[in-house]
Design a protein around this ligand. Structure first.
Ligand SMILES: Nc1ncnc2c1ncn2[C@@H]1O[C@H](COP(=O)(O)OP(=O)(O)OP(=O)(O)O)[C@@H](O)[C@H]1O
Ligand SMILES: [Mg+2]
Length: 302
């Protein structure tokens, strides 16, 4: 009886025919309600199990992130020491070095720098995932910053026989952004463009006002391009478009994840358009900083 009452409360009455209530109909309604009750409690148990699995998975993810955060930190210290001593040897401070030794020490230094960049990317990535990556926005001349990045990467472009250029439109307003982080974004985008453009190609950076109260930054190349199905995936962590392994330029596949995350922290979006075999263009915009310095106006004639 108790079960029947519970079953009726659970909804058996909905199935009861109006008018005559036969014993058979009541039995069926009670049976249905009991089955429904059982299904509901099974569903609730499955929901609880799923929640526990999710909880366990996020705990494991957190542990993994904190593990590679610690490992990355630990790797940085010996790497810095190797870099420092290599620089001392290269500068001849421990005695004269031959041209051959210089070349090899240069290789050690460059590889230390590559590893430092990868470790810094991993550290930034784990901070980003944990929502702990903070930006420090200030009024910024993003045009000047972009030209600085272009200038800094000119030796790389030259070594790869690529034409690298930058153009800033007149009267680009000052934006509000974190200079170090926007430099990192631009450096990543231009480095990618140089990496994925075969010799003889072009990489061009433009900074123009708009749309709206913003400034748009574009990094265009005439490189290998990205297939349509990979256009969104390139922003996923560790994702790299499959290519000839012998020609693959390496890297962790974190650069664009960081770029998109950093632009998002500034309130913008990083977007890409590409034509396979012809090139790609990565674009983002930054909001302009409060009141802008005024253009000198002509004196009104009386
Ligand atoms: N300008 C580009 N042209 C063609 N493909 C690109 C371009 N930029 C990125 N990609 C593709 O997107 C993938 C992800 O880029 P991302 O910068 O995240 O990683 P990565 O450059 O491979 O490694 P990392 O930046 O960590 O050194 C690249 O491996 C490449 O396949
Ligand atoms: Mg990259």
């Amino acid at each position: 009886v108790v079960a029947a009452v519970a079953a009726m409360k659970a909804g058996a009455k909905d199935d009861l025919p109006k008018g005559d209530l036969t014993e058979g109909a009541l039995r069926r309604a009670v049976g249905n309600a009991m089955e429904m009750g059982m299904l509901e409690s099974r569903l609730a148990a499955q929901r609880r199990a799923l929640k526990a699995v999710n909880h366990d998975q996020s705990r494991k993810n957190r542990e993994l992130r904190s593990f590679y955060h610690v490992v990355s930190h630990e790797l940085k210290t010996p790497l810095t020491v190797i870099r420092e001593f290599t620089a001392i040897l290269l500068d001849g401070l421990s005695g004269p070095v031959t041209r051959d030794q210089c070349e090899r020490l240069g290789l050690v230094r460059d590889n230390c720098d590559r590893m430092t960049t990868m470790i810094d990317d991993l550290l930034d990535f784990s901070r980003l995932e944990d929502g702990k990556l903070a930006i420090h926005p200030e009024p910024l001349d993003v045009g000047g910053l972009a030209l600085g990045v272009v200038q800094g990467l000119e030796p790389v472009a030259e070594a790869r026989r690529l034409a690298l250029s930058g153009a800033v439109a007149p009267r680009v307003p000052v934006v509000r952004a974190d200079p170090a982080r926007i430099r990192q974004v631009l450096h990543n985008l231009v480095a990618n463009a140089l990496k994925f453009t075969p010799a003889g190609g072009r990489v061009h950076v433009t900074v123009v006002p708009g749309p709206g109260p913003a400034v748009a930054v574009t990094v265009e190349d005439t490189g290998v391009g990205i297939p349509p199905e990979a256009l969104e995936r390139v922003f996923e962590r560790f994702y790299q478009v499959a290519g000839d392994p012998a020609e693959h330029p390496g890297g962790l596949g974190l650069g664009l994840t960081l770029c998109r995350g950093l632009v998002a922290l500034h309130g913008g979006t990083l977007q890409v358009t590409s034509t396979p075999g012809r090139g790609s263009a990565f674009r983002f915009s930054l909001a302009i900083a409060g009141p802008q310095p005024r253009e000198p106006r002509p004196c009104p004639r009386s």
